[in-house]
Ligand binder design. Structure first.
Ligand SMILES: *Cc1c(COP(=O)(O)O)cnc(C)c1O
Length: 387
């Protein structure tokens, strides 16, 4: 079994569970993104909601990415991390007044507006400050992402965005709203998308909408196609960096930009998922009636994706080279859903072994909770532990 290259000796001195971030892998991932978008009119905004660990954010900021935020807290965190407000976009179906004001006060690049009432409120709050807010319309493109239904966002049944049938009404409204300026259109069809034809479907829809906006004499400075590029959870050692070339190529080949238009992306998971692991210790190996349980000191409070979406995370026993056996890998929390994997094949496992739950860099630490009054785990980076 191939295992990732971890500072295992250092791990043994650290209180588990904890998050471990391989910042070299993160830097390589960002270099790859930058090399594929350099000298193009493509701009990548990191989706803050995937992970706001300060060491991770610092590396992302140094690579020059912008930020995609879905709350005032994230707008503030992006600015605090040193990301220029001119690269901050702000989406969300329910922006509170204070969050809109925060964006206005910092002159962020763009509000991605999800409804007519929100557009009216942004206009009103901007007027009160004597400002003009730049906005993009988040349009629900009714394109399927072929992903888990909890993380599909681009179908007309979902709560996100403005439906295409409302666009005439929205466009007619702009002349009556002097404190908002329409600069773009925005989409986000879902997350963990591995079938790239979904993005091709989005391109086709964007091209149709471009025709529509041209027919209405509306000039759009930018198109924002959101995020959602998936990663390989099954084989993190073989595919540590997502295929950004194939991803960007879809948009180069299928999306027809107008002259001087820029194309914006909001990638979260694809940037940070593979650089993170949740490191845990085996507390007990328990023989059930028909199977063995490996009971870890990490639970869904530390990594909720398996419990929430039946998501798969690759698991490695870093302490054992023995022959493999099958285990149900579970946490200590008082819920049956606190199961990381059923019938998972691990090197023979005993109390005290160190276990890595892979691909935990996105939607891991940021979704941690204190349920059962558990402590929030600490995080360590390769820069600290390999120094
Ligand atoms: C969650 C989200 C993203 C990032 O999604 P990933 O699947 O992590 O790339 C991008 N844009 C918006 C509006 C989002 O809500």
């Amino acid at each position: 079994m191939i295992k990732a290259n971890y500072p295992i000796k250092k791990f043994s001195d650290i209180q588990t569970p904890f998050y471990y971030y391989d910042l070299d892998l993160l830097r390589k991932t960002l270099d790859d993104i930058n090399s594929k978008t350099r000298n193009t009119n493509f701009h990548v905004h990191y989706a803050m909601k995937a992970n706001v660990n300060s060491s991770v954010l610092a590396v992302i900021k140094d690579a020059g990415l912008g930020a995609d935020c879905v709350s005032g807290g994230e707008v503030q965190a992006a600015i605090d991390a040193g990301i220029s407000p001119s690269k901050v976009v702000f989406a969300g179906v329910g922006k509170a007044d204070w969050e809109i004001n925060l964006g206005l006060d910092n002159d962020i690049f763009c509000f991605n507006v999800e409804s007519i009432p929100e557009l009216e409120v942004i206009n009103e709050l901007a007027a009160a400050k004597g400002k003009t807010a730049k906005v993009a319309l988040r349009i629900n493109p009714n394109v399927s992402a072929h992903t888990h239904h909890y993380i599909t966002t681009g179908l007309s049944e979902n709560k996100f965005g403005i439906n295409m049938s409302e666009l005439d009404q929205v466009i007619d409204l702009f002349p009556t709203l002097p404190n908002v300026k329409l600069i773009g259109i925005h989409f986000h069809i879902g997350s963990q998308i591995t079938d790239l034809t979904s993005f091709q479907g989005l391109c086709v829809r964007v091209n149709e909408l471009q025709e529509y906006f041209i027919s209405k004499n509306v000039v759009l400075e930018h198109i924002n196609v959101g995020g959602g590029l998936g990663i390989n959870y099954e084989h993190p050692n073989h595919f540590p960096i997502p295929d950004f070339e194939a991803y960007f190529k879809i948009f180069r080949d299928h999306l027809e930009l107008q002259p001087n238009q820029t194309l914006h992306f909001e990638l979260g998971r694809a940037v940070v998922a593979q650089c993170g692991s949740l490191i845990s210790r085996v507390l007990y190996v328990k023989q059930g009636s028909s199977k063995k349980f490996a009971i870890l000191d990490a639970g869904f409070t530390d990594l909720i994706r398996p419990a929430l979406y039946q998501a798969y995370h690759h698991i490695e026993n870093l302490s054992s080279e023995l022959a493999v056996e099958s285990y149900d890998v579970v946490g200590p929390i008082c819920e049956s859903s606190d199961t990381f994997a059923k019938g998972f094949v691990l090197n023979q496992t005993k109390r005290g072994d160190i276990i890595a739950l892979r691909s935990a860099g996105a939607y891991g630490e940021i979704m941690a909770s204190q349920y059962n009054l558990r402590k929030l785990p600490k995080a360590y980076t390769s820069d600290e532990l390999l120094a």
